[in-house]
Design a protein around this ligand. Structure first.
Ligand code: LLP
Length: 413
C-alpha cells in the first residue's frame, strides 16, 4: 500500500510513520509520497494513452525541485507561469522544448528569456502581448510559435478565486475577438499561431465545463483552418479537481472519456496541464498543537504551529482540508477551530472540526496539501518557510530544508 494510511493507530506515508518524521525534522513539515506522485501521473498518462498527448505538469501547484525532477523522470513536460518557474524547470532538467510558458502578465524580459531559450510555445494572453512577442522575435530575426489562450466565457463552477474562464476574468483572449486577432497575427513576421489554449479554472469537479471549453477550441481550430491558420495542437489546460472531503469526484479515466470524444475527430495532438490532480493527495502538512484555549462562552481553539504562512488555502478560499491526529486517539471528541499562531483572526486551518480532544504537543496532519501548499507559503510575521521531506522506497529525504532567520534576513540592508 502506498500514500497516506494507518498502520494500527499510526498515520504513515508509504509505510514510514509520520510521527518519526516530525521528530526527526520538526514541524511544520510537508511530507510527500513519491509513490503517489508516480501513480497519479501515470493514471492521467494512461487514461489518454490511445491519443497523441503531452502532459505539461503545472509547476505552480508545487515546484519544489525534487518534485519537478521526479515528474520529469516519469516523462512529464512542464507548464511554467513565470521566469522563475522556467528557471526551476531548467534546473529540474526539463529542456526548453518541453516547456510551455503561460501567465496573464509576462514581462518583456520574461518573454525574451523564453524566446532565447526556445521554449515549445508561449501561451499568449492578449493582442498587446502578441505584439511584444512579435517585436522581440523580429529583433532577433526569428519566428516564435505561440498558442492563443482563449477565454471561452465558461463557468467552471469552482471557487470564484480560482475560476478563470469567464469574460469577467482577466485571463485570455475573448472568444469573440480571436478570429479577428488571428487575421491580424497572420501578417506578423515574428510569430506563428500553432496552438489554441484554454484553462477555465481549478478544482473543477464537474467535467461539463471542461468538455465545453475543449469543444470551443475544436470549433475555433476548424474555423481558423478555413481562414488559413493551421493549428497543430490544442492545449486543454489543467483544472481537474480532487476530493478534499472524501466525496466522489471524476477520476483521470472519466476526464479522458469526457475530453477525447470532443477532440478525436480533429486528429490534433493535445497538451494537458494538470497540477493539483497529480500532487494534491501526495502531500500532508504536519503540525503540532502549541496551546489549547476555551474562550468563555465561545469557541474551543487548538492553536497549531502551522498557519496561513504554511498553508493559506483554508483562509484564502475557505478551502476544506481533512485534519487528523497522527496517532489515533481515544480521547472524547470535541468541536474546535484548528487555527494558526499568526496575528490574524482568519488564520485558520479548519473551522468547527470534530476531533478527539487535542492535547498540547500532539501531532496533526493536514491532508491533501501537496498542491498549492508550500508554493504559497510566506514569511508573514517573520515566520520561516517550512521544511519538506519526500518518501521514496521507504526512505525519507529532505527535499527542502527549513529556512533560517539568517537566510530570511540575508536580503536586507
Ligand atoms: N494551467 C494554467 C494556465 C493554470 O492557470 C493553472 C492553474 C493550471 C494549468 C493548473 O491547474 P490545476 O490542474 O492545478 O487545477 N492556488 C489555487 C489554485 C490556483 C490555480 C491557478 N492556475 C488553490 O490553492 O486552489
Amino acid at each position: 500500500m502506498t500514500g497516506f494510511f494507518r498502520q494500527g493507530p499510526a498515520l504513515v506515508c508509504d509505510g514510514v510513520p509520520l510521527a518519526d518524521l516530525a521528530t526527526a525534522h520538526g514541524t511544520p513539515l510537508y511530507v510527500y509520497s513519491g509513490a503517489t506522485i508516480r501513480s497519479r501521473y501515470r493514471a492521467i498518462d494512461q487514461a489518454f494513452a490511445d491519443y497523441p498527448h503531452a502532459i505539461h505538469y503545472a509547476l505552480k501547484a508545487n515546484s519544489t525541485l525534487a518534485i519537478a525532477r521526479l515528474l520529469r523522470s516519469l516523462g512529464s513536460n512542464a507548464d511554467a507561469n513565470s521566469g522563475g518557474e522556467i528557471d526551476v524547470a531548467l534546473r529540474a532538467g526539463f529542456i526548453p522544448p518541453q516547456i510551455v510558458f503561460t501567465g496573464v502578465g509576462k514581462t518583456s524580459a520574461e518573454l525574451a528569456q523564453a524566446i532565447d531559450l526556445g521554449v515549445r510555445s508561449i501561451n499568449a494572453e492578449s493582442a498587446g502581448e502578441i505584439e511584444r512577442i512579435d517585436a522581440i522575435a523580429r529583433e532577433r530575426q526569428t519566428r516564435v510559435d505561440i498558442a492563443l489562450r482563449v477565454n471561452p466565457d465558461i463557468d467552471a463552477r469552482s471557487h470564484p478565486h480560482i475560476s478563470t474562464g469567464l469574460k469577467t476574468n482577466k485571463f485570455g483572449i475573448a472568444l469573440s475577438e480571436v478570429r479577428e486577432l488571428c487575421a491580424h497575427v497572420r501578417a506578423m513576421r515574428g510569430v506563428s499561431v500553432v496552438g489554441l489554449h484554454s484553462h477555465v479554472g481549478s478544482q473543477i469537479t464537474d467535467l461539463e465545463p471542461l468538455r465545453r471549453a475543449a469543444a470551443a477550441l475544436v470549433q475555433l481550430a476548424r474555423e481558423m483552418r478555413a481562414q488559413g491558420t493551421v493549428i497543430e495542437y490544442l492545449d486543454l489546460g489543467g483544472g481537474l479537481g480532487v476530493s478534499y472531503d472524501g466525496s466522489r469526484v471524476p477520476d483521470a479515466t472519466e476526464y479522458a472519456n469526457a475530453l477525447l470524444p470532443v477532440v478525436r475527430e480533429t486528429g490534433l495532438s493535445i497538451i494537458l496541464e494538470p497540477g493539483r490532480q497529480i500532487v494534491a493527495p501526495a502531500g500532508v502538512l504536519l503540525t503540532r498543537v502549541i496551546d489549547m484555549k476555551q474562550q468563555p462562552g465561545g469557541k474551543l481553539f487548538a492553536i497549531m504551529d502551522a498557519g496561513m504562512t504554511d498553508l493559506i488555502r483554508p483562509m484564502l478560499y475557505d478551502a476544506f482540508h481533512r485534519i487528523e491526529p497522527v496517532s489515533r486517539s481515544s480521547a472524547p471528541e470535541v468541536a474546535c477551530d484548528i487555527v494558526g499562531p499568526l496575528c490574524e483572526s482568519s488564520d485558520t486551518l479548519g473551522k468547527d472540526r470534530l476531533v478527539p480532544q487535542p492535547a498540547v504537543d500532539e501531532l496533526y496532519a493536514v491532508l491533501d496539501t501537496g498542491a498549492y501548499g508550500s508554493v504559497m507559503a510566506s514569511n508573514y510575521n517573520r515566520r520561516l518557510m517550512p521544511a519538506e521531506v519526500m518518501i521514496e522506497n521507504g526512505c525519507a529525504t529532505v527535499i527542502k530544508r527549513r529556512q533560517t532567520i539568517d537566510e530570511l534576513l540575508a536580503l536586507e540592508a
